[in-house]
Ligand binder design. Sequence first.
Ligand code: ZN
Length: 239
Amino acid sequence: MTVTIDQLEDLGLLFGPAASLLRADRQNDILAGVGQTPREAEVTAFMAASDGALEQALIRSFCQVWGIEPACGLRLISGKAFGKETGQTDHRSIDLVVKIAKDDDGRPISRPVIAIEAKFAAMVNGKWGYCPQHLGHTDRRYSNQIICYVNGCTNSLLDEGVGFVWLGLPSKVPGQPLWGKKAINPNDGLEDAFVEQTAATQRWRMLTWPSLFADVDNIAANSDVRDAVLRALGRGTRA
Ligand SMILES: [Zn+2]
């Protein structure tokens, strides 16, 4: 059986309006496993469009990293959508946010619980003058995603109260952080930024793609559906 975005929407595993944004993204070919491998951006778009059992499995996986019992009513959205909802669109975005979507009276809110950066083999983004926000008092400081994402630089609501998850490929060196040599290293001549990064590292927890795949492995009784979803999440291609 060939599984499509429309079918996943009918099965309640993708959220209609968000799922419609996926169609142009080669997602049906990826689901069918006809040689297309998903890019990072396509995988995060797929996760942001998740609904029902798939969305809840992803949320559970992200919450487990921080030992948080996932309360009902949590939703997973893109960092861009979170920026829009919270009126902060002029910054970079982290990939995904798990949020409390309603207050006790059922009114819609956007209270973040977990924020996720999802990486395959890409470098940790960073450069001189990367962040005008938290290092803004000087014009050209070196900074990167590890530092800025946990310091409220992408969104002022993504700060101390939020659990940050780095979703990455398993490290080849046991015990090494998933960003490995892609982050700032002691011999890079970036002492200040290295100190900042070392502090920021304490705020991140790691989740590997294979762990995530294991956590979503039971989202559907139909194995074709499961396999298609896992392909869309990148299993068997890069991770
Ligand atoms: Zn910053």
